[in-house]
Design a binder for this molecule. Structure first.
Ligand SMILES: Nc1nc2c(ncn2[C@@H]2O[C@H](COP(=O)(O)OP(=O)(O)OP(=O)(O)O)[C@@H](O)[C@H]2O)c(=O)[nH]1
Ligand SMILES: [Mg+2]
Length: 205
């Protein structure tokens, strides 16, 4: 199984993107597990299974949605043993740093067949000034962007060209290596490109 992170500050659009990716992936026969911190946030129906220490919702099409109850490490080990998904999509809380999850995957890889897919970080273009200028938020956002393989400029349908250019400028300054994708879950812009990105295998764990 391969782990793909969809990270980004609070309310940046992570869950909306993940639900869209999962729909497309499961339609093409890929078995996906979504890991979130609070399963209640994810508007998915399905029967609830129970694996030791975590809540698993069967959301159809071979996909499951798990709540990370204990440690992510343990959850990955159980998934690798019991559900064996092709892709695990992790939505960390909006204040998490992607590198700490990558570190957990490295630990999990000692006992579980897990590889690293890309870290996709959402940068909310409608709130660019706040993300750049507010103390503590800007430090966190900078760290997230630096850890990204791909930065998705989210909600471009709701922001002006000026906010988008400002976002590109800031993201490029923080992480010149990251691929930048304009994203609107609402209009569909960028979704195909991000689907392509989920297929990537990053350097060996
Ligand atoms: N206009 C617009 N709004 C969006 C888009 N994507 C998400 N949103 C809205 O942004 C808000 C937050 O979206 P979520 O997907 O819940 O974001 P999140 O990053 O998972 O939020 P947290 O888990 O609370 O940190 C919701 O009101 C969404 O409807 C988009 O492409 N365009
Ligand atoms: Mg969310």
């Amino acid at each position: 199984m391969k782990l793909v992170q969809v990270a980004g500050y609070l309310g940046s659009g992570k869950t909306s993107l993940i639900l869209d990716l999962v729909r497309t992936l499961s339609a093409t026969g890929t078995k996906v597990a979504i890991l979130v911190n609070d399963v209640g946030e994810v508007p998915v129906d399905g029967k609830v299974l129970s694996l030791s220490g975590m809540t698993v919702k069967d959301i159809g099409g071979g996909c499951v949605c798990c709540q990370v109850a204990g440690s992510l490490l343990k959850t990955l080990e159980i998934l690798g043993r019991e559900q064996k998904p092709d892709i695990v999509i992790v939505e960390p809380t909006g204040i998490a740093v992607p590198e700490s999850i990558r570190e957990t995957v490295r630990l999990a890889a000692r006992r579980t067949a897990v590889t690293l897919g890309p870290v996709i970080v959402l940068f909310d273009t409608t709130r660019v000034e706040k993300l750049i200028n507010f103390d503590t938020i800007n430090r966190l956002v900078a760290r997230q962007v630096r850890d990204a393989d791909v930065v998705a400029l989210s909600k471009v349908d709701a922001s002006g060209e000026e906010e988008i250019s400002r976002s590109i400028e800031e993201v490029t300054r923080l992480n010149p290596k990251a691929e930048i994708v304009r994203l609107s879950v609402k209009s569909g812009e960028g979704l195909e490109e991000l689907m392509r990105q989920t297929k990537r295998e990053m350097a060996p764990v």
